[in-house]
Design a protein around this ligand. Structure first.
Ligand code: SF4
Ligand code: SF4
Length: 501
């Protein structure tokens, strides 16, 4: 405990909580709105900062580069590997092509994402918020730019508090220009997930893009600039619903960022500065660096809070302080509540991985992933839709036979012509007639061809002698033979008649 920390402790920005109003609710003059107190996070180096850089680099690279990946799907189809093709009504993901009627795959992916997030939160707290959430990633990037141009915490505070000088104006203009540039790249990249990347980039740069493209480009650029540059921690604290219900996922064995109050308190000057023979102070020297580096401006020594996004930066800085004063590291650490209780009483600690809620989340994940994998593996290449005529239900023809009408739709989900043979089953003596194709029973097969990536719509009449009918209605199956694969599928419908007299 021979050195003071690198940055001297400074007074709190305000005696009012950064996110709360002074006074209680009983005071009728108390405003329900607290004035925003700007947070000036201090730069810090350390393990968690390095993890954050690595994750940030990987996620931003993926985000900006993925739209430029190409994937050959043959002539007449987009060659962008990942594309939400709004005009063609398809979602392309490398070799997977999702049709609008297969939107349930998206539901499955959302369920996997949500349960995965619940499980990670139950295991390791808010690591999503602290490391991978887009708001965190872009805010980190914007803070880095601010740090480079305006300097660290104290310099930024001084610059903001000082009068407008040439130096201040240049730095502010430069910072906001870089922020707008990053925002424009971010907004532009988002559009590329919906329109061919090289084409839309050229269109935007040459002024030939549509008003819609420019409108969305401006919208995404503006929201990035506002959320990452101005809203920052306020989005996490006030707008995001996730911190509000994440408490339901935590238990005493979840890893959260904790301050070892039993070791740190009573906080105060370093022990080396205490009077001779007196060792009444805890390990916390009350330098406040943990609060200064915090991107949400909270003091982790006040306990687990909604504002803590679990980024671990306070751990990095406190470890440096502990190294300097010669005390053991990890006064602030990622730990579970149960471990903290054990540490305090000198009992053995350990991480309890297999807990009921983790097993339940894992089981749900396994089931949903299993269903998704099975449905993807056995994915149909044809969708059939049969609409029966409701008015009239049936027609009695001059020869006494009964006729029912159907509209038969065949969706061909592959990129080549498909040829099918259509017939019927279940109604004795039935004759099928496809308008424009001819009539016949199953043996006298009728060919229908459906163009690639298209829906073939056919008007179908089924005629049957009245004597063969059991009652007012009976089951009728349409048999559809795929002439290339040789597979036959059955599609249920109903055949109506006058009923037994
Ligand atoms: S917990 Fe660590 S960083 Fe925070 S005030 Fe105490 S010594 Fe400083
Ligand atoms: S308290 Fe620590 S872990 Fe929580 S947000 Fe602040 S710096 Fe990050």
């Amino acid at each position: 405990m021979n050195e003071t920390p690198e940055t001297p402790p400074s007074a709190p920005e305000s005696t009012t909580s950064a996110h709360g109003a002074k006074g209680g609710m009983s005071d009728s003059k108390t405003s329900l709105y607290a004035k925003h107190v700007k947070i000036y996070p201090q730069w810090v180096r350390g393990m968690f900062r390095n993890i954050k850089w690595t994750v940030l680099g990987a996620l931003l690279s993926l985000y900006y580069l993925i739209p430029w990946l190409r994937w050959d799907r043959g002539a007449g189809t987009p060659d962008q590997a990942v594309l939400v093709d709004m005009t063609g009504r398809r979602l392309y993901f490398f070799w997977i092509e999702i049709w609008p009627q297969e939107i349930y795959y998206l539901t499955g992916i959302l369920i996997i994402g949500a349960i995965g997030l619940f499980m990670v939160t139950a295991l390791a707290g808010r690591v999503w918020c602290g490391f991978t959430c887009p708001q965190t990633v872009w805010t980190d990037l914007f803070l880095f730019v601010e740090h480079l141009i305006e300097g660290d915490r104290n310099k930024r505070k001084k610059l903001d508090a000082g009068p407008l000088t040439l130096n201040k104006a240049v730095r502010k203009i430069l910072k906001h220009s870089v922020w707008v540039l990053i925002s424009a790249l971010t907004g532009g990249a988002w559009i590329m997930y919906y329109v061919d990347a090289p084409t839309v980039t050229m269109d935007i740069l040459t002024g030939q893009a549509s008003t819609t493209v420019y409108g969305f480009f401006a919208l995404f650029t503006g929201t990035t600039y506002l959320l990452a540059g101005w809203a920052r921690e306020q989005l996490c604290v006030y707008m995001c619903p996730w911190p509000r219900f994440q408490g339901a996922m935590f238990d005493v064995d979840s890893l959260v960022v904790t301050y070892e109050g039993w070791r740190g308190e009573p906080r105060g000057k370093p022990k080396s500065k205490a009077p001779e023979g007196v060792d009444s102070k805890g390990d916390c020297i009350d330098c406040e660096l943990c609060r200064h580096v915090c991107p949400t401006g909270i003091d982790i020594r006040d306990g687990l809070q909604l504002g803590c996004i679990g980024c671990g930066l306070c751990i990095d800085v406190c470890n440096q302080v502990m190294d300097r004063i010669g005390s053991p590291r990890q006064l602030i650490r990622y730990d579970s509540i149960s471990n903290q209780a054990s540490r305090e009483t000198g009992k053995e600690v350990g991480f309890k991985f297999l807990r009921p809620r983790i097993l339940i989340y894992a089981a749900i994940l396994a089931v949903v992933i299993g269903i998704m994998a099975f449905t993807m593996g056995t994915r149909k290449t044809t969708e059939i839709n049969i609409q029966r005529d409701r008015s009239p239900l049936f027609v009695t023809l001059s020869d006494g036979s009964v006729r029912n009408g159907y509209t038969f739709k065949i969706l061909n989900m592959v990129r080549e012509d498909r040829s099918f043979v259509l017939g019927t089953q279940g109604v004795e003596g039935a004759i099928i007639n496809i308008v424009g194709k001819g009539a016949g029973n199953w043996k006298a097969a009728i060919d229908v061809t459906v163009k690639p990536d298209n829906v073939g719509t056919f008007r179908v009449y089924v005629r049957a002698p009245a004597f063969g009918l059991d009652g007012r209605s009976q089951e009728l199956n349409f048999e559809l033979l795929d002439t290339v694969s040789g597979k036959t599928t059955l599609h249920e419908s109903i055949f109506y008649g006058p009923g037994n007299k």
